[in-house]
Write a protein that binds this ligand. Structure first.
Ligand code: PLP
Length: 346
């Protein structure tokens, strides 16, 4: 068929795609909102929220990636996704019982970046960086500068894992481990895979939700290593976080055999109702994700306004158990410093 242009058809198709390239995951991080005022303006929030948000943000800056922002309903200060990321003036008020290290991470630090609290499992603080700043973060005051910042700085932590044959699972945490550049992540997975007594690699991350494009072919390759079973524990608190883009990212992970679980935090004004919790569980199972934990809020300073009393949490979970199959009811748990495991409340 004669062509009116000298360009063959496929090249034209490709170059028109290149004119509007999909953002790579680092591009999405660069495009994140980092300013309370910009967040309020983009979402058409009433002017009085701006000054409150700015004062809250002075302690812990705003950080909201575009994919998550797009799921927030504009003009609604009570939106459950907005509540997780919008600073409030209350964050600056000291509240008795709320401290900077509520779970006593400091006592569990066995080597720089290595927390060993529970039998058979260790947790690596791989980075201080996240794709979103959750206002209730229990590590919002964590001294991340003490964690390793170079490949060589990981030697002490990894040698400690080599030396302890009781360790069968290594949990990459942070911060968010999927914020690491691929080369650093690969270095850690390579070294962990070589430790014969480690059977499982677990990743605690919000990236598939916050920046779904992070689930690249390279990452899927890393998580489908033959010798290590990979488990990814997501953190979604509300069904509205789990749109089709997130579903596609999860499906990619599952296509290479990664087990997907979810942990949520029980949060006032976000998911403190039987309906919200049931909707979350129903949406998770649509995506083949098992609800794992529902955490009682860790009492970190700045987050007191998110707390739901344990008795109320127990009522919610009891009613979930009446409405849902058992496998859709997460374990309602609290972390108590010094205990040999997380404590199951119900
Ligand atoms: C929560 C946690 C774990 C994992 O506990 P599981 O009950 O196995 O999910 C491991 N190490 C630390 C330090 C933790 O806080």
């Amino acid at each position: 068929m004669p062509s009116l242009t000298s360009q063959p058809e496929p090249v034209r198709a490709r170059s028109s795609e290149a004119a509007a390239p999909e953002m790579c995951w680092q591009g999405e991080i660069k495009a994140a909102i980092r300013d309370a005022e910009a967040l309020c303006q983009q979402l058409d929030l009433p002017p009085e929220t701006i000054s409150a948000a700015a004062s809250g943000a002075s302690q812990f800056p705003v950080f909201v990636p575009p994919a998550y922002l797009a799921r927030i309903k504009p003009g609604d200060p009570a939106d459950p996704l907005l509540r997780q990321v919008l600073p409030l003036a209350e964050e600056g008020n000291p509240v008795a019982g709320f401290t900077v290290d509520p779970v006593d991470d400091a006592a569990a630090e066995q080597a720089p970046g290595l927390l060993h609290k529970y039998q058979g499992r260790v947790l690596l603080i791989t980075t201080g960086v996240c794709a979103v700043h959750c206002r209730y973060c229990f590590r919002r005051h964590y001294p991340y500068e003490t964690a390793p910042h170079s490949d060589a700085a990981w030697d002490v932590a990894l040698d400690a894992i080599v030396a302890d044959e009781s360790i069968h699972e290594v949990i990459l945490s942070g911060g968010d481990p999927l914020m690491l550049v691929d080369s650093r992540l690969e270095m850690l997975v390579d070294r962990i895979e070589k430790i014969a007594h480690v059977k499982r690699l677990r990743i605690h991350t919000r990236l598939p939700i916050m920046v779904p494009s992070r689930i690249t072919d390279f990452l899927m390759g890393l998580l489908s290593r033959e010798r290590l079973k990979s488990v990814v524990v997501l953190h979604a608190n509300h069904a509205q976080e789990l749109d089709d883009e997130v579903a596609a990212a999860c499906q990619k992970l599952q296509s290479v055999g990664v087990v997907l679980l979810n942990q949520a935090v029980l949060l006032r004004g976000v998911n403190d109702s039987v309906e919200a919790q049931c909707d979350l569980s129903e949406r998770l199972i649509e995506l083949s994700i098992t609800p794992y934990y529902l955490h009682q809020l860790d009492r970190v300073s700045g987050a007191a306004h998110f707390e739901v009393p344990i008795e109320e949490g127990k009522r919610i979970v009891t009613e979930m158990r009446q409405r849902l199959p058992g496998y859709l009811v997460p374990r309602y748990a609290i972390e108590q410093p010094g205990e040999a495991s997380k404590t199951i409340l119900l």
